[in-house]
Design a protein around this ligand. Structure first.
Ligand code: TYD
Ligand code: MG
Length: 453
Protein backbone atom coordinates (compact mmCIF):
# COMPACT_ATOMS: atom_id res chain seq x y z
CA UNK A 1 0.00 0.00 0.00
CA UNK A 2 1.26 3.48 -0.82
CA UNK A 3 2.26 5.75 2.01
CA UNK A 4 -0.51 8.34 2.09
CA UNK A 5 -2.97 9.89 4.50
CA UNK A 6 -6.65 9.59 5.08
CA UNK A 7 -8.75 11.76 7.38
CA UNK A 8 -10.93 9.99 9.88
CA UNK A 9 -13.84 11.07 12.09
CA UNK A 10 -13.05 10.29 15.74
CA UNK A 11 -16.73 9.78 16.54
CA UNK A 12 -17.98 7.36 13.93
CA UNK A 13 -14.87 6.21 12.07
CA UNK A 14 -15.91 7.78 8.74
CA UNK A 15 -12.85 8.05 6.44
CA UNK A 16 -12.24 10.69 3.80
CA UNK A 17 -9.35 11.26 1.38
CA UNK A 18 -9.44 14.99 2.26
CA UNK A 19 -9.40 16.96 5.51
CA UNK A 20 -12.60 18.60 6.70
CA UNK A 21 -15.54 17.77 8.96
CA UNK A 22 -17.62 14.60 9.14
CA UNK A 23 -20.79 14.77 6.99
CA UNK A 24 -22.42 11.83 8.79
CA UNK A 25 -22.02 13.23 12.29
CA UNK A 26 -23.24 16.62 11.11
CA UNK A 27 -26.38 15.05 9.70
CA UNK A 28 -27.06 12.80 12.67
CA UNK A 29 -26.10 14.94 15.66
CA UNK A 30 -25.94 18.39 14.08
CA UNK A 31 -22.47 18.84 15.52
CA UNK A 32 -19.27 19.39 13.59
CA UNK A 33 -16.67 16.67 14.08
CA UNK A 34 -13.25 17.53 12.67
CA UNK A 35 -11.53 14.75 10.73
CA UNK A 36 -8.10 13.73 12.00
CA UNK A 37 -5.23 12.75 9.73
CA UNK A 38 -4.12 9.12 9.71
CA UNK A 39 -1.06 7.84 7.95
CA UNK A 40 -1.65 4.73 5.87
CA UNK A 41 0.92 2.11 4.95
CA UNK A 42 2.94 -0.17 7.23
CA UNK A 43 1.08 -3.45 7.30
CA UNK A 44 -1.05 -3.82 10.39
CA UNK A 45 -1.40 -6.97 12.44
CA UNK A 46 -5.09 -7.17 11.60
CA UNK A 47 -4.44 -7.22 7.87
CA UNK A 48 -1.39 -9.44 8.09
CA UNK A 49 -3.38 -12.17 9.81
CA UNK A 50 -4.36 -13.65 6.43
CA UNK A 51 -1.78 -16.38 5.82
CA UNK A 52 -3.23 -18.63 3.12
CA UNK A 53 -2.88 -21.91 5.00
CA UNK A 54 -6.60 -22.36 5.57
CA UNK A 55 -8.99 -23.47 2.84
CA UNK A 56 -12.75 -23.53 2.50
CA UNK A 57 -14.18 -26.89 3.57
CA UNK A 58 -17.62 -28.50 3.27
CA UNK A 59 -19.80 -27.68 6.25
CA UNK A 60 -20.31 -31.32 7.18
CA UNK A 61 -16.56 -31.99 7.39
CA UNK A 62 -15.98 -29.36 10.00
CA UNK A 63 -15.50 -30.85 13.43
CA UNK A 64 -17.57 -29.24 16.15
CA UNK A 65 -15.71 -28.37 19.29
CA UNK A 66 -17.22 -28.03 22.68
CA UNK A 67 -16.26 -24.64 23.99
CA UNK A 68 -14.26 -25.10 27.16
CA UNK A 69 -14.79 -22.34 29.66
CA UNK A 70 -12.90 -21.19 32.69
CA UNK A 71 -15.17 -20.17 35.54
CA UNK A 72 -14.21 -16.94 37.22
CA UNK A 73 -16.22 -18.03 40.29
CA UNK A 74 -17.84 -14.62 40.19
CA UNK A 75 -21.25 -16.07 39.46
CA UNK A 76 -22.88 -12.91 38.16
CA UNK A 77 -20.05 -12.44 35.65
CA UNK A 78 -19.95 -16.10 34.60
CA UNK A 79 -23.67 -15.91 33.90
CA UNK A 80 -23.31 -12.83 31.69
CA UNK A 81 -20.41 -14.44 29.82
CA UNK A 82 -22.54 -17.51 29.18
CA UNK A 83 -21.05 -19.85 31.80
CA UNK A 84 -17.48 -18.66 32.18
CA UNK A 85 -14.76 -17.12 30.06
CA UNK A 86 -13.78 -18.83 26.79
CA UNK A 87 -9.98 -19.10 26.38
CA UNK A 88 -8.81 -16.92 23.51
CA UNK A 89 -11.86 -14.69 23.61
CA UNK A 90 -11.69 -10.91 23.60
CA UNK A 91 -14.07 -9.19 25.99
CA UNK A 92 -14.70 -5.46 26.08
CA UNK A 93 -16.07 -3.94 29.28
CA UNK A 94 -17.47 -0.46 28.83
CA UNK A 95 -18.77 1.97 31.39
CA UNK A 96 -18.63 5.49 32.78
CA UNK A 97 -15.49 6.59 34.58
CA UNK A 98 -15.61 5.67 38.27
CA UNK A 99 -18.34 3.06 37.86
CA UNK A 100 -16.03 0.24 38.98
CA UNK A 101 -14.51 -1.32 35.86
CA UNK A 102 -10.98 -1.49 37.28
CA UNK A 103 -12.29 -2.86 40.53
CA UNK A 104 -14.29 -5.56 38.75
CA UNK A 105 -11.38 -6.59 36.54
CA UNK A 106 -8.95 -6.74 39.42
CA UNK A 107 -11.34 -9.10 41.18
CA UNK A 108 -11.71 -11.10 37.97
CA UNK A 109 -7.92 -11.21 37.59
CA UNK A 110 -7.60 -12.56 41.10
CA UNK A 111 -10.22 -15.25 40.49
CA UNK A 112 -8.62 -16.27 37.19
CA UNK A 113 -5.16 -16.25 38.76
CA UNK A 114 -6.44 -18.83 41.21
CA UNK A 115 -8.09 -20.96 38.52
CA UNK A 116 -5.57 -20.64 35.67
CA UNK A 117 -2.37 -18.69 36.49
CA UNK A 118 -0.60 -16.54 35.56
CA UNK A 119 -2.74 -13.50 34.83
CA UNK A 120 -1.25 -10.24 33.58
CA UNK A 121 -2.96 -6.98 34.50
CA UNK A 122 -1.69 -4.08 32.39
CA UNK A 123 -2.72 -0.66 33.68
CA UNK A 124 -2.23 2.32 31.42
CA UNK A 125 -4.19 4.58 33.74
CA UNK A 126 -2.76 4.06 37.17
CA UNK A 127 0.72 3.38 38.52
CA UNK A 128 1.53 -0.12 39.73
CA UNK A 129 1.60 1.26 43.27
CA UNK A 130 -1.92 2.62 42.91
CA UNK A 131 -3.18 -0.71 41.64
CA UNK A 132 -1.38 -2.44 44.48
CA UNK A 133 -3.11 -0.15 46.98
CA UNK A 134 -6.47 -0.99 45.46
CA UNK A 135 -5.62 -4.69 45.54
CA UNK A 136 -4.81 -4.39 49.23
CA UNK A 137 -8.14 -2.73 49.85
CA UNK A 138 -9.80 -5.63 48.07
CA UNK A 139 -7.79 -8.13 50.09
CA UNK A 140 -6.07 -9.51 47.00
CA UNK A 141 -2.80 -11.34 47.52
CA UNK A 142 -0.22 -11.74 44.80
CA UNK A 143 -0.44 -15.41 43.81
CA UNK A 144 -0.28 -15.82 40.05
CA UNK A 145 -1.20 -12.20 39.42
CA UNK A 146 1.26 -9.90 37.66
CA UNK A 147 0.80 -6.13 37.57
CA UNK A 148 2.32 -3.84 35.01
CA UNK A 149 1.95 -0.11 34.45
CA UNK A 150 2.71 0.10 30.73
CA UNK A 151 1.17 1.93 27.78
CA UNK A 152 3.20 0.61 24.88
CA UNK A 153 1.43 -2.41 23.45
CA UNK A 154 4.50 -3.48 21.47
CA UNK A 155 6.44 -3.74 24.75
CA UNK A 156 3.60 -5.75 26.30
CA UNK A 157 3.51 -8.05 23.28
CA UNK A 158 7.26 -8.66 23.46
CA UNK A 159 6.95 -9.73 27.10
CA UNK A 160 4.13 -12.22 26.55
CA UNK A 161 6.48 -15.03 25.52
CA UNK A 162 8.35 -14.77 28.79
CA UNK A 163 5.26 -14.42 31.01
CA UNK A 164 2.89 -16.78 29.13
CA UNK A 165 -0.25 -15.40 30.75
CA UNK A 166 -3.46 -17.42 30.57
CA UNK A 167 -5.42 -14.21 30.77
CA UNK A 168 -4.63 -10.58 30.03
CA UNK A 169 -6.35 -7.42 31.25
CA UNK A 170 -5.80 -4.12 29.42
CA UNK A 171 -7.02 -1.18 31.49
CA UNK A 172 -7.83 0.71 29.28
CA UNK A 173 -7.83 0.34 25.49
CA UNK A 174 -7.83 4.14 25.18
CA UNK A 175 -4.53 4.52 27.05
CA UNK A 176 -2.43 1.93 25.22
CA UNK A 177 -0.80 2.59 21.87
CA UNK A 178 1.27 1.06 19.10
CA UNK A 179 4.38 3.17 18.46
CA UNK A 180 4.35 2.56 14.69
CA UNK A 181 1.12 4.54 14.31
CA UNK A 182 1.41 8.28 14.43
CA UNK A 183 -1.95 9.05 16.00
CA UNK A 184 -2.35 9.69 19.71
CA UNK A 185 -3.57 7.02 22.17
CA UNK A 186 -7.36 6.97 22.23
CA UNK A 187 -7.75 8.00 18.58
CA UNK A 188 -9.78 5.80 16.27
CA UNK A 189 -6.67 4.55 14.47
CA UNK A 190 -4.89 3.54 17.68
CA UNK A 191 -7.95 1.96 19.28
CA UNK A 192 -8.73 0.00 16.15
CA UNK A 193 -5.19 -1.22 15.55
CA UNK A 194 -4.57 -2.01 19.24
CA UNK A 195 -7.87 -3.89 19.29
CA UNK A 196 -6.93 -5.86 16.17
CA UNK A 197 -3.48 -6.64 17.58
CA UNK A 198 -4.93 -7.84 20.87
CA UNK A 199 -7.49 -9.92 18.99
CA UNK A 200 -4.81 -11.81 17.08
CA UNK A 201 -2.73 -12.23 20.25
CA UNK A 202 -5.72 -13.56 22.15
CA UNK A 203 -6.67 -16.01 19.40
CA UNK A 204 -3.09 -17.04 18.67
CA UNK A 205 -2.26 -17.78 22.27
CA UNK A 206 -5.63 -18.97 23.51
CA UNK A 207 -5.35 -16.19 26.05
CA UNK A 208 -8.57 -14.71 27.38
CA UNK A 209 -8.29 -10.94 27.09
CA UNK A 210 -10.33 -8.25 28.80
CA UNK A 211 -10.34 -4.67 27.55
CA UNK A 212 -11.63 -1.73 29.52
CA UNK A 213 -13.32 0.89 27.35
CA UNK A 214 -14.43 4.32 28.44
CA UNK A 215 -17.82 5.58 27.50
CA UNK A 216 -18.35 9.08 26.15
CA UNK A 217 -20.93 11.44 27.56
CA UNK A 218 -23.29 10.45 24.73
CA UNK A 219 -23.18 6.90 26.08
CA UNK A 220 -21.26 5.21 23.27
CA UNK A 221 -17.99 3.42 23.78
CA UNK A 222 -15.52 6.25 23.27
CA UNK A 223 -15.21 7.30 19.68
CA UNK A 224 -15.02 4.20 17.59
CA UNK A 225 -17.73 1.61 17.43
CA UNK A 226 -15.14 -0.33 15.47
CA UNK A 227 -14.13 -2.12 18.67
CA UNK A 228 -17.62 -3.43 19.22
CA UNK A 229 -17.56 -5.11 15.82
CA UNK A 230 -14.15 -6.61 16.41
CA UNK A 231 -14.39 -8.18 19.84
CA UNK A 232 -16.23 -11.39 20.80
CA UNK A 233 -18.15 -9.96 23.71
CA UNK A 234 -19.21 -6.47 24.74
CA UNK A 235 -20.31 -5.92 28.33
CA UNK A 236 -21.58 -2.66 29.77
CA UNK A 237 -21.12 -1.88 33.42
CA UNK A 238 -23.81 0.53 34.47
CA UNK A 239 -25.25 2.20 37.49
CA UNK A 240 -25.76 5.49 39.21
CA UNK A 241 -22.54 6.79 40.69
CA UNK A 242 -24.37 7.75 43.87
CA UNK A 243 -26.17 4.44 44.24
CA UNK A 244 -24.42 1.24 45.22
CA UNK A 245 -25.90 -1.18 42.73
CA UNK A 246 -24.24 -1.88 39.38
CA UNK A 247 -25.56 -3.86 36.44
CA UNK A 248 -23.33 -5.79 34.08
CA UNK A 249 -25.08 -6.33 30.78
CA UNK A 250 -24.01 -8.22 27.67
CA UNK A 251 -24.79 -6.21 24.53
CA UNK A 252 -22.94 -8.62 22.26
CA UNK A 253 -21.76 -12.15 22.95
CA UNK A 254 -20.42 -14.63 20.43
CA UNK A 255 -20.33 -17.30 23.15
CA UNK A 256 -23.63 -16.79 24.89
CA UNK A 257 -26.90 -14.97 25.12
CA UNK A 258 -27.26 -11.22 25.45
CA UNK A 259 -30.29 -11.46 27.68
CA UNK A 260 -28.46 -12.12 30.91
CA UNK A 261 -27.56 -9.41 33.36
CA UNK A 262 -25.29 -9.53 36.39
CA UNK A 263 -25.96 -7.41 39.43
CA UNK A 264 -23.31 -6.17 41.83
CA UNK A 265 -23.11 -3.89 44.80
CA UNK A 266 -20.16 -1.56 45.34
CA UNK A 267 -19.12 -2.01 48.94
CA UNK A 268 -16.25 -1.01 51.20
CA UNK A 269 -14.09 -3.84 49.98
CA UNK A 270 -14.93 -4.03 46.31
CA UNK A 271 -17.84 -5.39 44.36
CA UNK A 272 -20.16 -7.91 45.93
CA UNK A 273 -22.46 -10.10 43.91
CA UNK A 274 -26.14 -9.48 44.37
CA UNK A 275 -27.63 -12.96 44.05
CA UNK A 276 -31.17 -11.78 44.46
CA UNK A 277 -31.40 -8.54 42.51
CA UNK A 278 -35.14 -8.19 42.96
CA UNK A 279 -35.04 -7.60 46.69
CA UNK A 280 -32.09 -5.27 46.23
CA UNK A 281 -33.78 -3.32 43.48
CA UNK A 282 -37.12 -3.19 45.24
CA UNK A 283 -35.50 -1.92 48.39
CA UNK A 284 -34.62 1.26 46.51
CA UNK A 285 -38.13 2.23 45.56
CA UNK A 286 -41.12 3.23 47.67
CA UNK A 287 -43.38 0.32 48.63
CA UNK A 288 -47.10 0.73 48.22
CA UNK A 289 -46.72 4.38 47.31
CA UNK A 290 -49.54 5.77 45.17
CA UNK A 291 -48.26 7.24 41.90
CA UNK A 292 -45.35 4.86 41.40
CA UNK A 293 -45.33 2.42 38.47
CA UNK A 294 -42.52 0.23 37.15
CA UNK A 295 -42.20 0.12 33.36
CA UNK A 296 -40.03 -2.34 31.44
CA UNK A 297 -38.45 -0.11 28.80
CA UNK A 298 -36.32 -0.95 25.81
CA UNK A 299 -33.42 1.15 24.58
CA UNK A 300 -32.58 -0.14 21.15
CA UNK A 301 -32.30 -3.82 21.92
CA UNK A 302 -31.40 -3.24 25.57
CA UNK A 303 -34.11 -3.69 28.18
CA UNK A 304 -34.14 -1.24 31.06
CA UNK A 305 -36.60 -1.05 33.93
CA UNK A 306 -37.48 2.34 35.33
CA UNK A 307 -39.85 3.82 37.81
CA UNK A 308 -42.42 6.37 36.68
CA UNK A 309 -43.81 8.67 39.32
CA UNK A 310 -46.81 10.94 39.17
CA UNK A 311 -48.20 13.35 41.71
CA UNK A 312 -51.72 14.68 41.25
CA UNK A 313 -52.93 17.37 43.62
CA UNK A 314 -55.78 19.85 43.38
CA UNK A 315 -54.79 23.13 41.78
CA UNK A 316 -55.22 26.03 44.13
CA UNK A 317 -55.98 28.66 41.49
CA UNK A 318 -55.96 29.40 37.78
CA UNK A 319 -54.90 26.97 35.08
CA UNK A 320 -53.72 23.67 36.51
CA UNK A 321 -50.04 22.94 36.06
CA UNK A 322 -48.45 20.07 34.13
CA UNK A 323 -44.80 19.56 34.96
CA UNK A 324 -42.93 16.76 33.24
CA UNK A 325 -39.37 15.57 33.90
CA UNK A 326 -37.64 12.86 31.89
CA UNK A 327 -40.36 12.32 29.30
CA UNK A 328 -42.31 14.17 26.62
CA UNK A 329 -44.53 17.02 27.84
CA UNK A 330 -47.03 16.93 25.00
CA UNK A 331 -47.38 13.19 25.21
CA UNK A 332 -48.19 13.43 28.92
CA UNK A 333 -50.84 16.10 28.25
CA UNK A 334 -52.40 13.86 25.61
CA UNK A 335 -52.41 10.86 27.95
CA UNK A 336 -54.00 12.85 30.77
CA UNK A 337 -56.76 13.91 28.37
CA UNK A 338 -57.32 10.25 27.42
CA UNK A 339 -57.43 9.29 31.10
CA UNK A 340 -60.07 11.93 31.79
CA UNK A 341 -62.23 11.30 28.74
CA UNK A 342 -61.99 7.50 28.42
CA UNK A 343 -61.68 6.40 32.01
CA UNK A 344 -63.53 9.22 33.72
CA UNK A 345 -60.70 10.39 35.97
CA UNK A 346 -61.33 14.14 36.35
CA UNK A 347 -58.00 15.93 36.10
CA UNK A 348 -59.22 19.31 34.82
CA UNK A 349 -58.77 20.98 38.19
CA UNK A 350 -55.63 19.09 39.22
CA UNK A 351 -51.94 19.92 39.04
CA UNK A 352 -50.06 16.94 37.60
CA UNK A 353 -46.34 16.28 38.00
CA UNK A 354 -44.68 13.38 36.18
CA UNK A 355 -41.12 12.27 36.78
CA UNK A 356 -38.85 9.41 35.79
CA UNK A 357 -37.16 8.49 39.07
CA UNK A 358 -33.40 8.50 39.32
CA UNK A 359 -32.91 11.05 36.53
CA UNK A 360 -33.81 8.58 33.80
CA UNK A 361 -35.27 9.48 30.44
CA UNK A 362 -37.92 7.68 28.43
CA UNK A 363 -39.54 8.70 25.19
CA UNK A 364 -40.94 5.46 23.80
CA UNK A 365 -44.73 5.07 23.50
CA UNK A 366 -44.52 1.76 25.38
CA UNK A 367 -44.36 3.85 28.56
CA UNK A 368 -47.80 5.42 27.88
CA UNK A 369 -49.77 2.99 29.97
CA UNK A 370 -47.32 3.44 32.85
CA UNK A 371 -47.82 7.21 32.76
CA UNK A 372 -51.60 6.85 32.69
CA UNK A 373 -51.63 4.37 35.57
CA UNK A 374 -49.19 6.42 37.67
CA UNK A 375 -51.43 9.49 37.31
CA UNK A 376 -54.59 7.50 38.08
CA UNK A 377 -52.89 5.83 41.04
CA UNK A 378 -51.89 9.17 42.49
CA UNK A 379 -55.32 10.72 41.87
CA UNK A 380 -57.10 7.80 43.53
CA UNK A 381 -54.42 7.69 46.22
CA UNK A 382 -54.29 3.95 45.71
CA UNK A 383 -50.98 2.14 45.18
CA UNK A 384 -50.25 -0.20 42.30
CA UNK A 385 -49.74 -3.73 43.58
CA UNK A 386 -46.12 -4.41 44.51
CA UNK A 387 -44.68 -6.78 41.92
CA UNK A 388 -46.32 -5.76 38.70
CA UNK A 389 -44.80 -4.05 35.69
CA UNK A 390 -46.87 -2.14 33.16
CA UNK A 391 -46.26 -1.70 29.46
CA UNK A 392 -48.35 -0.57 26.49
CA UNK A 393 -48.94 2.24 24.04
CA UNK A 394 -52.16 4.21 24.54
CA UNK A 395 -54.26 5.52 21.64
CA UNK A 396 -56.68 8.44 21.62
CA UNK A 397 -59.77 6.25 21.95
CA UNK A 398 -58.34 4.77 25.12
CA UNK A 399 -57.22 1.56 23.45
CA UNK A 400 -54.02 -0.16 24.56
CA UNK A 401 -51.79 -0.97 21.60
CA UNK A 402 -49.09 -3.56 21.07
CA UNK A 403 -45.42 -2.87 21.86
CA UNK A 404 -42.23 -4.29 20.35
CA UNK A 405 -39.86 -6.59 22.18
CA UNK A 406 -42.37 -7.65 24.82
CA UNK A 407 -40.52 -10.84 25.64
CA UNK A 408 -37.19 -9.05 26.13
CA UNK A 409 -38.81 -6.50 28.39
CA UNK A 410 -40.54 -9.11 30.52
CA UNK A 411 -37.45 -11.29 30.78
CA UNK A 412 -35.61 -8.32 32.25
CA UNK A 413 -38.48 -7.71 34.67
CA UNK A 414 -38.43 -11.39 35.66
CA UNK A 415 -34.68 -11.23 36.19
CA UNK A 416 -35.22 -8.34 38.55
CA UNK A 417 -37.82 -10.24 40.53
CA UNK A 418 -41.15 -9.05 39.17
CA UNK A 419 -43.96 -11.58 39.09
CA UNK A 420 -46.75 -10.03 37.06
CA UNK A 421 -47.18 -7.78 34.08
CA UNK A 422 -50.00 -5.78 32.57
CA UNK A 423 -49.50 -5.90 28.81
CA UNK A 424 -51.46 -5.12 25.63
CA UNK A 425 -54.03 -7.81 24.83
CA UNK A 426 -52.99 -7.69 21.17
CA UNK A 427 -49.43 -8.72 22.07
CA UNK A 428 -50.55 -11.97 23.66
CA UNK A 429 -51.39 -13.78 20.41
CA UNK A 430 -47.77 -13.68 19.26
CA UNK A 431 -46.36 -14.68 22.65
CA UNK A 432 -47.94 -17.88 23.91
CA UNK A 433 -45.31 -18.25 26.64
CA UNK A 434 -43.99 -15.34 28.63
CA UNK A 435 -41.70 -15.33 31.66
CA UNK A 436 -44.24 -13.61 33.94
CA UNK A 437 -47.92 -13.91 34.81
CA UNK A 438 -49.50 -11.57 32.29
CA UNK A 439 -52.79 -9.73 32.24
CA UNK A 440 -53.72 -8.70 28.71
CA UNK A 441 -55.69 -5.45 28.58
CA UNK A 442 -57.39 -3.87 25.57
CA UNK A 443 -58.34 -0.51 27.08
CA UNK A 444 -57.10 1.99 29.62
CA UNK A 445 -60.21 1.26 31.69
CA UNK A 446 -59.37 -2.45 31.77
CA UNK A 447 -55.82 -1.65 32.87
CA UNK A 448 -57.15 0.56 35.68
CA UNK A 449 -59.41 -2.26 36.83
CA UNK A 450 -56.57 -4.78 36.71
CA UNK A 451 -54.08 -2.71 38.65
CA UNK A 452 -56.07 -0.37 40.86
CA UNK A 453 -59.50 -1.98 40.96
P1 TYD B 1 -12.94 2.09 39.66
O1 TYD B 1 -12.85 0.62 39.61
O2 TYD B 1 -11.67 2.85 39.76
O3 TYD B 1 -13.78 2.66 38.44
P2 TYD B 1 -13.40 2.73 36.89
O4 TYD B 1 -12.22 1.87 36.65
O5 TYD B 1 -14.66 2.25 36.20
O6 TYD B 1 -13.15 4.16 36.58
O7 TYD B 1 -13.89 2.41 40.90
C1 TYD B 1 -13.97 3.67 41.35
C2 TYD B 1 -14.96 3.87 42.47
O8 TYD B 1 -15.26 2.73 43.23
C3 TYD B 1 -14.32 4.87 43.39
O9 TYD B 1 -15.18 5.98 43.42
C4 TYD B 1 -14.24 4.20 44.70
C5 TYD B 1 -15.16 3.06 44.62
N1 TYD B 1 -14.68 1.88 45.36
C6 TYD B 1 -15.40 1.44 46.44
O10 TYD B 1 -16.42 1.98 46.82
N2 TYD B 1 -14.95 0.31 47.12
C7 TYD B 1 -13.82 -0.34 46.76
O11 TYD B 1 -13.46 -1.33 47.40
C8 TYD B 1 -13.09 0.16 45.64
C9 TYD B 1 -11.82 -0.51 45.19
C10 TYD B 1 -13.54 1.25 44.97
MG1 MG C 1 -10.29 2.46 36.06
Amino acid sequence: MRDRSIWRCQQCGFASPKPGTCPDCKRVTGELAVLVEERQGGPSAGRRAVTGTSRPRPLVDIATERVERVRTEIGELDRVLGGGIVPGSLVLIGGDPGIGKSTLLLQVARALAAAAPPVLYVSGEESAAQVRLRAERLGIGGDGLLLWAENDLAVVQAELDAVKPQALVIDSIQTVFLPELESAPGSVAQVRECGARLMSLAKGRGMATFLVGHVTKEGALAGPRVLEHLVDTVLYFEGEQHHAYRILRAVKNRFGSTNEIGVFQMAERGLLEVKNPSSFFLAERPKDAPGSVIVPGLEGTRPLLFELQALVSSASFGTPRRTVLGTDYNRVCLLLAVLEKRAGVPLGAQDVFVNVAGGGRVVEPAADLGIVLAAASSYLDRAVRGEVVVVGEVGLTGEVRAVTGLETRLREAAALGFKEAVVPQTNLAEHPRLPLDVHGVATVQAALDAVLG
